[in-house]
Design a protein around this ligand. Structure first.
Ligand code: PEP
Ligand code: MG
Length: 600
């Protein structure tokens, strides 16, 4: 959803602020600075003769607050549906909690204090307890409790609620409550930009449902923006441009247009689960290398990141980033994808991938690559692990090791991870104690030891790009042998099947993040072989989801059974294509992949 006014920008200095993308879309227009004063509550003594009237003020105020919330709830329900309106029901429930109300009334009478003070103190206690929680969800809910508290206080004081806008505006504020979000949506609001807030806040959730672009967590937005300033909210990348330049505006309009086309293709699919006709859920996720790509992942709906190639950040630099710099990146990715999760693959340098302090090797693909190099360069690896752990506080981060070829490597990596955790504890820094750890199966020795590896970790992810080259002895980047690079080679398929069986025997899930996972011709087969997760380039998510939603595991299994008995890649491809044409005629099929698959 992209909302713009026709106003063009006059010459002024552009300021760009970075925040958290909370609801997708681009909004360009004048700012409206919405400052809602947090009520300052004083403790006052009420004369005994007036205590009855004070209690009446309390109950009148709660009744009025409830009426307001009922109205907002009805409007939200009609506009957003029952589920999304539930937050207001929860707020109404706080108001009608008779134990809480009796406690407040009791304190007014026994202490002789004013109603505002007792409300703020009593409800404030709950709020503080929630804020102390390490659970992000609880912290966000504390803001809802605060909203109810402020509403009662405002009504005790008989103050009116502001909710009118003059013309189309982008609301800029310290924070927005769910009620603000809904009330403003009745007006001509183009977008939201707030100093505080996370993407799991209800206000963010509601703006996504209302399809109003929003960026939260901008920190200094209210300080730098004045009402009437021309601003642009980019809800894809999470930025706010104040007085955007002509170039920025052109770029934003281009982004809006690209997304419009992209979103048209996704209509209806983004919110549907990746589930087969016989209800097997397949975890469908995305491969990402650069933070900018996150915007493409988000528009896909409920999709996490199954492979984040951390080495992307090393491109174009002559050194390794330090722990803090890495942490900032991982945290922004983990925040950006929350509440879904991200699997960060530890630096996979070497081979075809550049590394800042590259060494010359005769056979780089058989050389100092991935986990091998990291285990030798523990100084770098420890910074890397600590940065990854620090980004895991919201419990949506997983760590995965590349290029593993023996059990010892996993054990050594585990030792270092334990040490990194101890370092953070000593420093008093938070992380997810139970962060899940997985291994890429991309070397034949690891495939053969998949069962033993699975016993040591939480998940396996098959990296077909490398697995194919190492199994078939075909350099993935060598055009002379490109026709020999065959994902459907029976040896590759049988290896994949064995890895899945071995993983399942040890009760760990088995995914695939090589390019084969995003090949529509392979989907049926992979599901038939029992794959649990497919991580694909973001643009392939809709097509793969469509296939998953059109098939039955029972028939996919039969097809996989037949394929696994075949003896040539040609035979496999021909068979799979004929099945696709028959069973899934609406899936547009590209020319069959005789060419090597594209990969980084
Ligand atoms: C793979 O090898 O399949 C993989 C996903 O990793 P990369 O392409 O980054 O080596
Ligand atoms: Mg690889």
């Amino acid at each position: 959803m992209n909302r713009m006014t026709n106003t063009e920008q006059v010459e002024t200095t552009e300021v760009i602020l970075k925040g958290i993308a909370a609801a997708p879309g681009i909004a360009i227009g004048p700012a409206y600075l919405y400052s809602k004063e947090v009520p300052v509550v004083e403790m006052k003594k009420i004369p005994a003769a007036e205590l009855e009237a004070e209690v009446t003020r309390l109950y009148n105020a709660t009744a009025r607050s409830e009426k307001e919330l009922q109205k907002i709830h009805a409007f939200a329900e009609q506009k957003l549906g029952r589920k999304n309106a539930e937050i207001f029901e929860a707020q109404i429930m706080i108001l009608s909690d008779s134990v809480l109300m009796k406690a407040i009334e009791g304190r007014i009478r026994s202490e002789g204090h004013n109603a505002e003070f007792v409300v703020s103190d009593e409800i404030g206690k709950y709020r503080r307890r929630m804020l102390e929680s390490s659970d992000e969800y609880m912290i966000e809910r504390a803001h809802d409790v605060e909203d109810v508290m402020n509403r009662i206080i405002r009504n005790i004081r008989d103050q009116k609620l502001f909710s009118r806008l003059e013309g189309e505006s982008i609301i800029v504020s310290e924070t927005l409550t769910p009620a603000d979000t809904v009330i403003f949506s009745r007006n001509q609001v183009l977008g939201y930009a707030t100093n505080l807030g996370g993407i799991s806040s209800h206000a963010a959730l509601l703006s996504r449902s209302l399809k109003i672009p929003a960026v939260v967590g901008l920190r200094r937005a209210t300080e730098l923006v004045k009402t009437g300033d021309q601003i642009a909210v980019d809800g894809y990348s999470g930025t706010l441009a104040i007085n955007p330049s002509k170039e920025t505006l052109t770029k934003l309009r281009g982004t809006a247009e690209r997304f419009r086309t992209f979103e048209e293709q996704l209509v209806g699919l983004a919110d549907l689960p990746a589930e087969t006709l016989d209800h097997k859920h397949i975890e469908l996720s995305s491969n990402v290398e650069f933070p900018d790509e996150l915007q493409f992942v988000r528009v896909q709906g409920s999709v996490g990141i199954g492979l984040y190639r951390t080495e992307g950040q090393l491109i174009g630099r002559g050194d390794y980033p330090g722990e803090d710099e890495q942490y900032e990146l991982y945290k922004s990715v983990a925040d950006g994808i929350y509440p879904h999760s991200v699997i960060f693959r530890t630096f996979d340098v070497g081979g075809d991938k550049l590394m800042p302090d590259a060494v010359r090797e005769d056979n780089p693909f058989l050389g100092w690559r991935g986990i091998r190099m990291m285990l030798d360069r523990q100084d770098l690896f420890m910074d890397h692990l600590r940065a990854l752990l620090r980004a895991s506080v919201r419990k949506n981060v997983r760590i995965m090791y590349p290029m593993v070829s023996s059990i010892e490597e996993i054990r050594k990596a585990r030792e270092l991870l334990t040490r990194a955790k101890a370092d953070l504890k000593e420093r008093g820094q938070r992380f997810d104690e139970r962060v899940k750890v997985g291994v890429m199966i991309e070397v034949p020795s690891a495939a053969l030891l998949a069962g033993e590896i699975a016993a040591e970790v939480d998940f396996l992810s098959i990296g077909t790009n490398d697995l194919i080259q190492y199994l078939l002895a075909v350099d993935r980047d060598n055009s002379y042998v490109a026709p020999l690079y065959q994902p459907f080679h029976p040896a590759v398929l049988r290896t994949i099947k064995e890895v899945i069986i071995a993983g399942h025997r040890k009760h760990v899930w088995v995914g695939m993040c090589g390019e084969m996972a995003g090949d529509p011709v392979a989907t049926l087969l992979l599901i038939g072989m029992g794959i649990d997760e497919l991580s694909v380039v973001p643009s392939m998510v809709p097509e793969i989801k469509k296939i998953i939603r059109s098939i039955r595991v029972s028939s996919a299994r039969r097809i996989a059974g037949k394929v696994l008995a075949m003896t040539s890649a040609e035979e496999v491809k021909e068979y799979l294509l004929s099945i696709m044409k028959k069973k899934l005629p609406d899936i547009p099929l590209q020319e069959l992949n005789d060419e090597p698959q594209e990969h980084s």
